[in-house]
Every structure is written in structure tokens, then in C-alpha cells.
Design a protein around this ligand. Structure first.
Ligand code: XBP
Ligand code: MG
Length: 257
């Protein structure tokens, strides 16, 4: 099956946005509303198994005695906090852009030059994708991603496959004509549940997680060392040839730290 498209997750995969981006922005939103809640780096990591910022807020409210009692009030508070969080996130990025993960940009460029299509399949809000694009001043071009599935486009967030199924439908491709790039167990599960082969570069919060059934897994697209299956060459970054090679092998590997 010919490889036609690369489908990218955003948070943790294109860029490390969680610890110094979303987490800090959530904490600013709590302070805005006079709440004493603050998410430490460790607490935020534990909450990341909940996809979606609003959903994460609702989940965490169960642990706060001063959270509203009624479900409708909690929902309203989560919406307001989430709205403010996304505003803070955009200003944080405008002040100090979070870089793309190493090795991402050359692979994007190589794929485009080779005529492959790029898609985004993220459960983050569209405004967060746009904020990252803006902050990177032309390094990451929105127009290069012919298909952009964001949190607002799905009713079920990852690990549900909906984002990937929607991306495939918009691309007009079958799952094996694409490869997904993910950083988290939930994201990898979403791609696999849509039958899209997945290449994993664990995000900062997911380096101690196990991943089953990946096409390939490695610490960074920037370097070939340590990848499973091993790329044909030992030196340099992960290239489109490596991706095509893994795609052709369609051999699935597991990773247990
Ligand atoms: C990861 C997420 C997101 C972000 C915050 O998305 O779960 O919810 O943490 O984004 P990805 P929102 O699929 O890109 O890894 O607050 O906009 O939900
Ligand atoms: Mg992710």
C-alpha cells in the first residue's frame, strides 16, 4: 500500500506544549477566578490521561471541596476556566513561542516535497493550533496541512478514534495509506483504533509509559539511535525513507520501559 499522508498529533508530538504551555495557562485561569487551585508539573502529568482541557478540569473538580456542587455549575465553571486558559495559552505563546520538537520540521518539509499530504488530528482547541502557527512565524505553515481536525470537530476525544476517522475521511484515504505520529498512549490508541499505523515519539510526560503495537518508536525524530525497529542507517535524523521503510514492513513493535 503506497504511503500518501502523514497525520500529526499536536500536543507533545509537533511541540512540547503541555508543561510550560497549557499547564501554566490553566494555573493563570485559576488565579483569574480567585481559585487557590494550582496544577504542579506532577499533578498535571497525572491528569493528562484525560483528553481535552475542559474534560480535564471537570475531572479534577471532583478533588476540590470548594468546587461547585451542581453538575451544571461545574460545567459552567469548566467552560469559563477553559476559555480563559486558551486566551492565556495564546498570550504565553505570543510572548515566548514553544519550539517544534527536533526533527519534526525537516520531516514535514521532506514529506511535502515528495508529494505526501499532511493532516492534523488533535484533540486540542483550534485556537491553540492557530496560536502555535502564529507564534512560529512561518516555520509551521497552517496551509501545509490540507486537513485539520481539532477538538471542536469531534464529539469523542482521544483515545476514541474519531479524530483519525475524520482525518481519513477528509483525506479520502484508507488507514493503511497513512501513518500517524503520536506521543501519548491515548493518542496511539486513537490511531490504532482507526487502524492507522502509528509512529511514537513519547512526549515529556509519557517517557515511562508502555506502548503496544506501534509501527516504530523512538525518543526523537531528530536522531535515529535507539529506534525500534532500527532504521537502515545509524546516523542522522529520521527521514521519510525510514518512515516508508517502517510502513512497508508494517511490523508492530511494543515498548516497555
Ligand atoms: C492533547 C490534549 C489537549 C491539551 C489542551 O491534545 O488533551 O486537551 O492538553 O487542549 P493532542 P484544550 O491530541 O494534541 O495531544 O485545552 O484545547 O483541550
Ligand atoms: Mg499528544
Amino acid at each position: 500500500m503506497k504511503l500518501e499522508a502523514l497525520i500529526w498529533d499536536l500536543d507533545g508530538t509537533l511541540a512540547e506544549t503541555e508543561r510550560d504551555g497549557h499547564r501554566v495557562a490553566f494555573n493563570r485561569a485559576f488565579a483569574d477566578l480567585g481559585l487557590s487551585w494550582q496544577w504542579s508539573e506532577a499533578r498535571y502529568g497525572a491528569l493528562l490521561h484525560i483528553s481535552g482541557g475542559r474534560e480535564r478540569l471537570l475531572h479534577d473538580m471532583a478533588t476540590h471541596a470548594d468546587a461547585p456542587g451542581l453538575p451544571a455549575e461545574r460545567e459552567a465553571l469548566a467552560r469559563e476556566l477553559h476559555r480563559r486558559k486558551n486566551q492565556h495559552y495564546a498570550s504565553l505563546l505570543a510572548d515566548r513561542a514553544l519550539p517544534l520538537r527536533e526533527g519534526v520540521l525537516p520531516l514535514l518539509d521532506e514529506a511535502l516535497s515528495a508529494g505526501l499530504r499532511l493532516a492534523l488530528a488533535s484533540t486540542t482547541s483550534r485556537s491553540n493550533w492557530q496560536a502555535l502557527v502564529r507564534a512560529l512565524h512561518g516555520k509551521l505553515r497552517s496551509e501545509d496541512f490540507g486537513v485539520q481536525i481539532c477538538g471542536e470537530d469531534v464529539s469523542c476525544k482521544k483515545p476514541h478514534p474519531e479524530a483519525y476517522l475524520a482525518a481519513l475521511e477528509c483525506l479520502g484515504l484508507t488507514p493503511l495509506q497513512a501513518v500517524a505520529f503520536e506521543d501519548s498512549p491515548g493518542g496511539a490508541t486513537a490511531a490504532q483504533a482507526a487502524a492507522v499505523p502509528v509512529i511514537v515519539t513519547p512526549g515529556a510526560y509519557f517517557t515511562h509509559c508502555s506502548f503496544e503495537g506501534c509501527l516504530a518508536i523512538g525518543a526523537s525524530l531528530h536522531q535515529r539511535s535507539g529506534w525500534r525497529p532500527a532504521p537502515s542507517k545509524a546516523e542522522g535524523r529520521v527521514t521519510l525513507d525510514d518512515v516508508r521503510h517502517w510502513h512497508a514492513l508494517a511490523d508492530h513493535v511494543a515498548y516497555h520501559p
